[in-house]
Each structure stands twice: as C-alpha cells, then as structure tokens.
Ligand binder design. Sequence first.
Ligand SMILES: Cc1ncc(COP(=O)(O)O)c(C=O)c1O
Length: 261
Amino acid sequence: MKMQFPVEAFANIETPFYYYDVELLKATLDTVKREAAKYEGFHVHYAIKANFNPRLLEIISNAGIGADCVSGGEVRAALNAGVPADKVVFAGVGKTDKEIALSLDAGIFCFNVESVPEIEAIECLAAERGVVAQIAIRVNPNVGAHTHSNITTGLAENKFGVNYEQLDEVIDVVETMPHIKLIGLHFHIGSQLLVMDDFIALCCRINELQELLHEGRGMVLPHINVGGGLGIRYDFPDKYPIPDFEAYFATYANNLKLFPG
Ligand SMILES: Cc1ncc(COP(=O)(O)O)c(C=O)c1O
C-alpha cells in the first residue's frame, strides 16, 4: 500500500505537530479484522496507551475493536470514543479506588487484576455498589520475549501479574469473594514483538496452566487475554506498513489449546 505523506501540505503548519495517516490506520484495522475472523473466538483490543487521540480512537472504535486500558483516564477516553463498556478491559498494577469505582459504575467488561490486595479493593467497592465485578487474573508467565529488555513484561523479574506458581492460592482467595466473578486469565509478555516463537512460548505456558486448572479444580475459564501486539518494522517501515497479522493469528490459532467454551 502506498503511504500518504503530503510534504507540501506541511509547509504552512506550525511545528511541532503529529501527522497520522488515517488511510493506513483503516487499512490496518481491515487487515486485523479479516485475519482474526478466519478463526473462531478472537476479540481484538487496542491498547489505548499507544495513542489516545480522540479522532483515532473513534476510528478504531467504529471498526468494532475493544479497548485495553491501564488507567481510569484511558477507560474514560475509550467510553468517550464510543467503545461499548462490554468491550473495555482494565489492567495495571496501581489502580486507585477512584479508577476502580468509575470502571464499576461504567460496567466495564473485565478488570485484569494483578494482586490479591487489588482484588480485595475491587471486592469492597463492588460490594458498596451491590454489583459483581468480572475479573481475569494477570499471570506472570515467566516467558521472555525478543524485544528491548526494558519493555518485557512477562518475566518473573517484571512487576506485572501474579506469579504463576501462586495462581491456585489466588483463586482460593477469589472464591471467598461474593462480588467478584473470575472469568479469565490475562498474560502480557512485552511490546514491540516481531518473533512468532515468543507467542508460541506463551501459548505453551497457557496450555500448561489451563490443564492444571482443569485437572486440579475442574475449572475452565472462558476468557484468555494475551499480549503484546505486533511491533512496527522500524527497519523497513515503508516496505511493511502493516504488521503480519496473518502469521500472528495463525500462530495463536495453531498453538493455543482452548477447552470448549
Ligand atoms: C496490559 C497491557 N496491555 C497493552 C500493552 C501494550 O502492549 P503493545 O505495545 O504490545 O500493544 C501493555 C504494555 O506494557 C500492557 O501491559
């Protein structure tokens, strides 16, 4: 696809400014939707942290993509752009009471929880409102990724998620909480990922954990949330303006073993 870069039009614009190629964004969204639709059950969410420009969010929301948020401000930006609350998920290690409360009041789909104290805070705020909060436990899979060492998120040394060896204990706690409904597991191994083997390694860990939960507790969780997304080819950005979503979705479809439902 030909990139649009109208240098002449920039001559009279005050600097600095951001220039977004909306046609490329739309072509990217079309590719994502087409490739995801080849398989059953994929839901794509856009990480609002990448860019929360309201006009871009509206285009992304109109394409039917959900939102992956890491702050109350991002939850609000997603809702303002028209993302339905049932397509909003909220991760992050430092959720404040105010952010949790606004997300409960908006009725977001799921909190991707990172610790037991956070689950306790959500339980308390949900109880005050007489609602049940849906959660997915963010598990630190201890899976490395071929990216810059400062943007890996899924190694034991990273601050994110609960240790996968402690998952069982955390579920025991969740099961005592009447205003929390566990609906899934969440994993994120890093940003700017380009090597499919990283996703395969994650799938292997998830398969193992699902098997353990099934054998140990008879538990099958209906939502498996995975990240990061595909990175930008900074070496050849013009040659590969759209990431290889065909390989991305095929990798998950071929390697993630999902239980029925
Ligand atoms: C929960 C969560 N979602 C999304 C992202 C962004 O991921 P990516 O850059 O792969 O889109 C991150 C990055 O750390 C994250 O932790």
